[in-house]
Design a protein around this ligand. Structure first.
Ligand SMILES: Nc1ncnc2c1ncn2[C@@H]1O[C@H](COP(=O)(O)OP(=O)(O)OP(=O)(O)O)[C@@H](O)[C@H]1O
Length: 250
């Protein structure tokens, strides 16, 4: 087996008496889209927060590219190449799509752009931002204020912002949330294109999208991974079906 780009080792997190992450061990392999699915309240958001460094686990390890990053701060993890697609709330509505992406590129590049003179630095940042916008199909919307983009375009912009940080792992937290059928189709096409170039950890409720995109799926229920496998394996897994049927019955 290829060495994992991201390895979670027996991660645990309690809130009071509630085990929200209950011994999660999971490997994201280079080049795959690894989806995490699970019923509401399964602990997906908390797990993403433990990976990015927003929440510290009680015990266990987060190993990224062979390095134990469990105790690293969020910015240091981001600099190591862990990028989360930002929620639209962090996008500045009055700034153009290009400016929003350039801001993210600047935050990532930090000191390296200081070697350039200001004008050259701005040009380099804008070029990096344009490249990220092109990757998500928003090049012709670069000058449009972020607040005037359609919902689907905003979701694509969030992804461009993450790409501008040149991630080694892209964490996508419900990229299809709130998208209509047409937008969903376009976003799935975008994620299919990105799949060729990036390793992606995807948290998504839309099962059709997950089945279309994922190489492997891990199913989280009450803070535990009850199954990891290919799409076919997960669809055929009796325990997974029971967990979801249980949710539907509720
Ligand atoms: N800071 C916190 N303090 C106490 N309990 C919390 C905290 N954060 C999350 N929880 C609880 O942990 C459980 C898992 O929450 P989490 O948001 O991680 O689940 P989720 O799988 O992302 O859910 P959803 O799919 O609804 O977003 C829930 O029962 C939630 O109430």
């Amino acid at each position: 087996m290829a060495e994992s780009l991201l390895a979670l080792r027996d991660l645990r997190k309690h809130y009071g008496g509630l085990a929200v992450t209950d011994g999660v061990t999971l490997d994201v392999l280079p080049g795959e889209i690894h989806a995490i699915i699970g019923p509401n309240g399964a602990g997906k958001t908390t797990l993403i927060h433990e990976i990015t460094g927003v929440v510290a686990p009680d015990s266990g390890q987060v190993v990224f590219a062979g390095r134990d990053v469990t105790r690293l701060s969020l910015p240091r993890r981001a600099r190591a190449g862990l990028a989360r697609s930002f929620q639209i709330t962090s996008v500045v509505a009055g700034f153009s799509a290009l400016e929003n992406v350039a801001l993210a590129a600047q935050a990532r590049a930090g000191s390296s752009f200081r070697f350039f003179r200001p004008a050259a630095s701005e040009r380099a940042l804008n070029e990096a931002a344009m490249a990220a916008l092109s990757e998500v199909g928003l090049a012709d919307r670069a000058a449009v204020p972020a607040g005037a983009l359609s919902h689907g375009e905003k979701r694509a912009l969030e992804i461009a912002i993450a790409l501008a940080t040149q991630p080694r792992l892209l964490l996508l937290d419900e990229p299809l949330a709130g998208a209509g059928p047409e937008e969903t189709e376009r976003l799935i096409a975008l994620l299919t294109r990105l799949k060729a170039a990036y390793t992606i950890l995807l948290v998504e409720h839309d099962m059709q999208a997950v089945f279309a995109l994922a190489n492997r799926i891990s199913v989280l229920v009450y803070g535990r991974v009850i199954a990891t496998g290919t799409v076919a394996e997960i669809r055929a897994n009796a325990e997974v079906r029971a967990a979801y049927l249980g949710e539907d019955d509720a």
